[in-house]
Design a protein around this ligand. Sequence first.
Ligand code: ADP
Length: 483
Amino acid sequence: MIKLNNAGLLLDSCPVDGEWSHARSGQTMAVVNAATGEKIADVPLMGQAETRQAIAAAEAAQQEWKQQTAAERAKILHRWASLMHDNSDDLARLITLEGGKPLAEARGEITYAASFISWFAEEAKRVDGVLLQPTSADRRFIVTKQPVGVCAAITPWNFPAAMITRKVAPALAAGCAIIVKPAEQTPLTALALAKLAECAGLPAGLLQVLTGDAKEIGGELCRNATVRKLSFTGSTQTGRLLMAQCAPTIKKLSLELGGNAPVIVFDDADLDLAVQGIMASKFRNSGQTCVCANRIYVQSGIYPALCAELVQAVEALKVGNGLEEGVTQGPLINEQAIEKVERHIHDALEKGATLLTGGHKHPLGGNFFSPTVVANVTQQMSFAREETFGPVAALFKFETDAEVVNYANDTEFGLAAYIFTRDAKRQWQIPEALEYGMVGVNTGLISSEVAPFGGMKQSGLGREGSRFGIDEYLEMKYVCVNL
Ligand code: ADP
């Protein structure tokens, strides 16, 4: 079974109402190794009753937490981040086992995840109010910010640690309590993070984790009026459903949903840099991130050279179990993910696209897929409409700037976009014309705790990280004093 340096980080119970608990029904759900399909653990299958209990406990705990000074809250958060660094090897191992990403990427995720905790520990100290100019001499207009109260987070499997800390850290920093429902594929990382928060001195009830039935737990979190805010990262389809479920209680919402990221490579681009950027953005986590390049638009002059260099880079990737040295591409999360990739490739080839490399399941079997490049893709193919979420680079050819901006914006999504050009005018004008929340210019890596992460259109609501991210967990209050 799993061997960790700190055996206490492998948990089969959930922190609810101050206890590490099992489901009342006694039922559990299995967690499997993404690379081998073997069962690695069982976690509680919790439902509505446990969710209600957690909400009540969160409400009570938050009353005290919000009275603490920002500096006191920050101290605990810094200790938590530091414990994550100390246990980075174990946490990374858990991520690789249950989620499949290569160990080096998993270690990178832990650093990234902890960065949100340190960042928001400091941002807590900068939650300021203002005194506005009154409209008459005997009045004072005061604006303050207060924690929203009890929050809920529903998180995905592709970043089992970072998508939790990016929500939990600002919530705790702001003085809120938060209940996390992690993805069913990756609950072990979530439980280990909660254990470390407890070791850091976080009082009980402020960070609770509920593993189990998504519909039951999610349904209660959305319906319950005590929960004032929901932060969700996942598919647009589930986001729509949760938004509708939150409508009756008018909850504050943050939604980080699907993307369909365009990469635009202009003729004047630095070819090596563009290929490097595409590789970083497209093949991270085997293409399973919401900011992964989905449509690669290449101007006709540079098209043949880019195709050749990209194929070479893709063929150098090493597919395998993420625990093995040198592996750069882990398995996809499940069979449906493989089916979607196969469907998109099949659709494109049927409509006239050309397969340059890959295009099939990897000889390793299981959920491994060979990194693929498809050329001559057009706007009529599934690649243009849907997020593939797999290791396939789909190359489109274009001629003019106006044409490619139209193509890039022709989607209901608007999360991340990337452009590669040496032309200073394009570096300003194209990002301005793109309807995306984030644009990378000459880079395929844009995420950072310092910058606001989030999308436009049906990619979501709100921003995470950065100095703006804490506002999602604060309410503004205006006090008018008549002297
Ligand atoms: P994916 O298809 O990539 O797994 P989802 O949006 O379905 O993306 O999953 C993201 C998160 O949303 C997971 O934690 C999942 O359990 C949760 N989820 C899925 N469906 C529901 C639902 N009906 N209610 C609450 N949570 C849900």
